[in-house]
Design a protein around this ligand. Structure first.
Ligand code: SAM
Length: 255
């Protein structure tokens, strides 16, 4: 493994406490690589806006730990897993997961070129042979069926902070294989957002598989039931502009 170009930051005691709370056990080597990831984020954040959180201790507790909460869902599936993360930004949740789950393969899909540059740099610096970057928009790549096939391929599709459940579902579900999972990292409005997405999930051929409460939020888990109709996802920006099957005001907002 090559050394990241910035100084690593040790995790604060709260990080260990959070991990203990949900039964996450990490090797010293994992902690070292996660610290390397944080050092890269802190360094790159001085030039590119990758995350609003700048304090390394907060990056451990609010970002890295939040990403690691997905481990419980990944552990429940039969591996090794082919995982796609949509809208990876600065690498969350995919890069912490790629560090602690070296047997799974992670593809990080991101639309913004500068963020893709950072992700490629981070993957190379951390020596992550199980992670790669896919440049482009989910609305287009979700229709790709050859060289390489992306649609209907992945065991698990993850996404954090890419939109309401109804929006993220249209972007994510087409990439999952039949019987595969979509895991959306959400906050307090998870239940309302899932209710809002009921019609969309039916149209996309997916169904709710549960909401997992974590110390930092909620994971909305969906199951892909069968192939998504070819018309989804719709054109660039359409899932967000006109959320599928939604007629009223957005979930969580008064009418
Ligand atoms: N997942 C990261 C996190 O939790 O910190 C980044 C979240 S950021 C708010 C949303 C990211 O999704 C941005 O980097 C944006 O470029 C990307 N994104 C939004 N819509 C997208 C789309 N349709 N296809 C690919 N990437 C998208």
């Amino acid at each position: 493994m090559s050394t990241p170009d910035a100084e690593p930051h040790a995790p604060p005691p709260e990080f260990a406490a959070l991990c203990a709370q949900v039964g996450i056990e990490l090797e010293a080597e994992d902690i070292g690589r996660l610290a390397g990831f944080i050092a890269l984020l802190v360094d790159a954040n001085t030039r590119t806006n990758l995350t609003g959180v700048r304090d390394p201790a907060e990056l451990w507790t609010r970002h890295v730990f939040d990403a690691l909460t997905l481990m419980s869902v990944l552990e429940s599936a039969d591996g090794p897993l082919d995982v796609l993360d949509i809208g990876s930004g600065g690498g969350l949740p995919a890069l912490p997961l790629a560090i602690v789950r070296p047997s799974d393969r992670f593809t990080l899909l991101e639309a913004t070129g500068k963020k893709c540059d950072f992700l490629e740099h981070a993957i190379a610096s951390l020596g992550l042979s199980n992670a790669s970057v896919l440049r482009g928009r989910a609305e287009r790549l979700g229709h790709q069926v050859t060289e390489p096939a992306l649609r209907g391929r992945f065991d698990v599709v993850t996404s954090r902070a890419v939109g309401r459940v109804v929006v993220a579902a249209e972007l994510c579900v087409p990439f999952a294989r039949d019987g595969g999972l979509v895991v959306l990292v959400k906050g307090a409005q998870a239940k309302e957002e899932l209710a809002e997405a009921k019609k969309a999930l039916h149209m996309l051929h997916a169904a709710p598989a549960g909401i997992v409460e974590t110390p930092t939020g909620r994971l909305v888990v969906l199951e892909k039931l069968r192939a998504t109709p070819k018309m989804y996802p719709r054109l660039d920006g359409e899932p967000k502009r006109a959320p599928l099957g939604v007629t009223g005001p957005p979930a969580g907002k008064p009418a």
